[in-house]
Design a protein around this ligand. Structure first.
Ligand code: NAD
Ligand code: XAI
Ligand code: MG
Ligand code: MG
Length: 348
């Protein structure tokens, strides 16, 4: 563990320096890692583990697009690509990477294979934290651990192929074997994490649900849409509104403030932009903070989790979801965006 000072607060961080890949391979040399689910995290984690030299099998329901995707990625039916129950039986570590709703439905079929000494691994604190709602209550004689990559499974794989690592959180809910810590860190390194930050299941799920509903996705779409609409309502063309709202953000400023921080960005724009941004950040902060407070409360009391469980388990969920996604895709802002993106040098 390395001690790192984050803006004045010292935290313990697991790194590849003191826990290199060779050590991770040694820790897991007798384990069979069964990755259950091959959606977004499944492929990223399973392929990175396989390329890193671990013994991996996939458990996925047969037929359909994801089964075919697994075959295309080199998993062999009957050998490394199995039905969910068969993989759970063979695995000594069960990486439970079904969607959070499917984890609830499939739980009774997985549980019989969670025999003494195995490890149950999650990439989200959802199932365990909201256990009264999910019914996911593991037996006491297994390890229950978490590695949650802080990003998409697609980025996890891309960054691995670029020789970089994505930051992950890790947590231990139950240590039945005395090996939970070395198992979880070894798995975190194996799936392609750059650095591993300690948390617990509850803090992981509260922060993750807040983040994705907030600045990572929900808030950002809301704020982009609001600015786009105001520009359009005041006579600006779609391209002008889109360029000034999204394209400049993602193509020019985001890479710069990713590299150097927003403090640097504020110090390195025109004095006009600087004055305006300094004056307007306060009103935007004050307008949105109550929304974030409400969001956090909804997450912490379990309402957000329940909403997600209820909607995901409705029989017409997919159709309704498709309607909502279609409305977003067909909004003028994202239709304008599709045309603007085509103009990027790499796309023409
Ligand atoms: N998507 C991400 O990038 C991401 C990032 C961090 C953490 N997570 C967490 O990782 C876990 C997996 O998420 P995901 O987004 O990869 O999942 P996903 O929604 O892509 O689904 C994964 C798999 O679940 C299977 N599945 C769905 N319903 C099923 C059912 N009823 N029976 C059997 N199989 C079924 C699908 O075939 C698919 O292979 C979740 O806990 C999620 O919160 C996801
Ligand atoms: C990739 C995200 C948004 O970070 C993840 O939390 C998810 O649920 O997909
Ligand atoms: Mg999430
Ligand atoms: Mg997340």
């Amino acid at each position: 563990m390395a001690e790192m000072n984050f803006g004045g607060v010292v935290e313990q961080v697991a790194t590849r320096n003191e826990f290199p890949l060779e050590k991770a391979r040694e820790v897991l040399k007798n384990e069979t890692i069964a990755v259950i689910g091959y959606g977004v995290q499944g492929p990223g984690q399973a392929l990175n583990l396989r390329d890193n030299g671990f013994n991996v099998i996939i458990g996925q329901r047969k037929g359909g697009k994801t089964w075919e995707k697994a075959i295309a990625d080199g998993w062999v039916p009957g050998e490394t690509l199995l039905e969910i129950e068969e993989a759970a039986e063979k695995g000594t570590i069960i990486q439970y990477l079904l969607s959070d709703a499917a984890q609830i439905e499939v739980w009774p079929r997985i549980k019989p294979y969670l025999t003494a000494g195995k490890a149950l691994y999650f990439s989200h604190g959802f199932g365990i934290t909201y256990k009264e709602r999910t019914g996911i209550i593991p037996p006491a004689d297994i390890d229950v651990i978490l590695v949650a990559p802080k990003g998409s499974g697609t980025s996890l794989r891309r960054m691995f192929l670029e020789g970089r690592g994505l930051n992950s959180s890790y947590a231990i809910f139950q240590d039945a074997t005395g090996r939970a810590k070395e198992r979880v860190i070894a798995l975190g390194i194996g799936v392609g994490s750059g650095y591993l930050f300690e948390t617990d299941f509850k803090r992981e799920v509260y922060s993750d649900l807040t983040g994705e509903r907030g600045t990572l996705m929900g808030a950002i779409q809301g704020i982009l849409q609001a600015q786009y609409e105001v520009l359009r309502e005041n006579g600006h063309s779609p391209s002008e509104a889109f360029n000034e709202t999204v394209e400049e953000l993602t193509q020019s400023l985001m890479p710069l403030f990713a590299e150097n921080g927003m403090d640097w960005m504020y110090a390195n724009c025109s004095t006009t932009a600087q004055r305006g941004a300094l004056d307007w950040m306060g009103p935007f902060h004050d307008a949105t903070k109550p929304v974030f407070e409400k969001l956090y409360k909804e997450v912490a009391c379990g309402n957000e989790a329940q909403r997600s469980i209820d909607t995901n388990s409705k029989p017409d969920y997919r159709e309704k979801l498709e309607e909502e996604l279609k409305a977003l895709r067909e909004s003028e802002m994202w239709r304008a965006g599709a045309v603007v993106r085509k103009l990027r040098p790499e796309n023409n």
